[in-house]
Design a protein around this ligand. Structure first.
Ligand code: NDP
Ligand SMILES: CC(C)=CCC[C@@H](C)[C@H]1CC[C@H]2C3=C(CC[C@]12C)[C@@]1(C)CCC(=O)C[C@@H]1CC3
Length: 345
């Protein structure tokens, strides 16, 4: 039977590589590329269809950082499909990244050097801002928009006699110390990316606790360090090309330098092949590439506590209520205004 697979942020990088791999290695898939830029989405679809003639590839407009767009997209999904087998929550941003060069040089001569290359701990900060919904943009894109999408699609994801999967593209940069439950949007810090990824790890655990009994299973992956638009925003692409031989060398010591989107998508594809009951809800599944270039997936236990993950889930539900109320007030205002215009004409 045909499996419905939705991938957010599917027009480039790891998301596009996952689509390519899914179509190459599995038949009977209906792929839906959920993207904010339809021109780029169309280009990705054409590229996929060139190498997989006859494949079923749909497009869906989704700006996961916008509440209105998420609700409209979810409505569209509900009219198109009767069930969802896989929802890959892959879209993500890291705006205005800054590398702390001093910390990098210091780290090079410390015992922590391998961990620094694997997780970027202490190296990266970002500048975030409020979006038009009044939410912090990184939180809204990397976490809340995806949460809202799951909530809206629950009728398709939680069906009797059917298992559905959601898979979060998290990061080795997810760190407990960057997250504060009293400031879940990370309004006051300089590591919104790390905070949002840690929040996705916790949310995945909470989703498993809340929804496994209804047939919904959630997993978290880390793609490793991959050369994509996201990393080209940290350092320019010519610089990455220049240091590529050093990166291959580093790969001998840390298998987290997956480097290509194909390698980075390893754990995402591996999860597609696993039975959900065999997976550990507290594990992050890492895409890894050995010094000789072999890809494999390995689980690592996440540093999360149940209580905080439950508190986060509750806070997200509360925020959802607030956001929905605000939206319906705006809609009512627009309607009243429209009526006023019609009457005065
Ligand atoms: N590259 C790396 O080393 C690592 C990446 N990751 C994670 O992997 C995921 C994929 O990133 P990667 O492939 O590297 O980078 P890319 O920038 O290539 O891909 C990100 C994708 O997300 C999309 N996107 C961003 N914002 C939105 C939005 N508001 N609505 C819909 N789509 C959106 C982008 O679309 P558009 O083209 O329109 O910008 C793009 O398709 C991210 O979640 C990232 O955090 C995790 C660890 C390491
Ligand atoms: C010689 C060399 C490789 C220099 C690059 C130094 C840093 C710019 C990188 C070292 C570790 C990298 C890293 C990321 C970005 C680039 C580094 C900081 C990520 C934060 C990218 C996005 C993620 O989600 C996780 C990555 C961890 C490692």
């Amino acid at each position: 039977m045909e499996r419905v697979v939705i991938v957010t942020g599917a027009n480039s990088g790891i998301g596009l590589a996952l689509c390519e791999r899914l179509l190459t290695e599995n038949s009977q898939i209906r792929l839906c590329l959920a993207c904010r830029n339809m021109q780029r989405a169309e280009a990705a679809r054409s590229a996929l269809l060139t190498s997989h003639t006859g494949a079923c590839v749909d497009l869906l407009h989704l700006d996961v950082g916008s509440v209105r767009s998420v609700l409209t997209a979810a409505k569209e999904v509900k009219t198109r499909y009767r069930k969802i087998d896989f929802l890959y929550l892959n879209a993500g941003i890291m705006p205005n990244p800054q590398v702390d060069i001093r910390a990098f040089i210091k780290g090079l001569f410390s015992r922590n050097v391998i961990n620094m290359f694997a997780t970027a701990e202490g190296l990266l900060t970002q500048q975030d801002h409020l979006n038009s919904d009044g939410l912090q943009e990184v939180f809204a894109t990397n976490l809340f928009g995806h949460f809202l999408m799951i909530r809206e699609l629950e009728p398709l994801l939680c069906q009797a006699g059917h298992t559905s999967r959601v898979v979060w593209t998290s990061s080795s940069n997810a760190r407990r110390s960057a997250f504060d439950i009293e400031d879940m949007q990370h309004r006051n810090g300089t590591e919104p990316y790390s905070s949002s990824k840690y929040a996705s790890d916790m949310l995945s655990l909470a989703l498993n606790r809340q929804k496994n009994s209804q047939g919904l299973f959630s997993s978290v992956i880390c793609p490793g360090l991959v050369m994509t638009n996201l990393t080209y925003g940290i350092l320019p692409s010519f610089f990455w090309t220049l240091i590529m031989p050093i990166m291959w060398l580093i790969r001998i010591f840390t298998n987290t330098f997956t480097l290509t989107p194909y390698n980075g998508a390893e754990a995402l594809h591996w999860l597609f092949l696993q039975a959900p009951e065999s997976l550990d809800p507290r594990a992050k599944y890492h895409s890894l590439t050995s010094g000789l270039g072999t890809n494999y997936t390995e689980p690592q236990r996440m540093d999360i506590d149940e209580e905080m993950s439950e508190a986060l889930y509750k806070k997200l539900l509360k925020l959802e209520t607030v956001v929905r109320r605000k939206l319906s007030e705006e809609n009512a205002d627009n309607k009243a205004y429209q009526q006023y215009l019609n009457e005065t004409e």
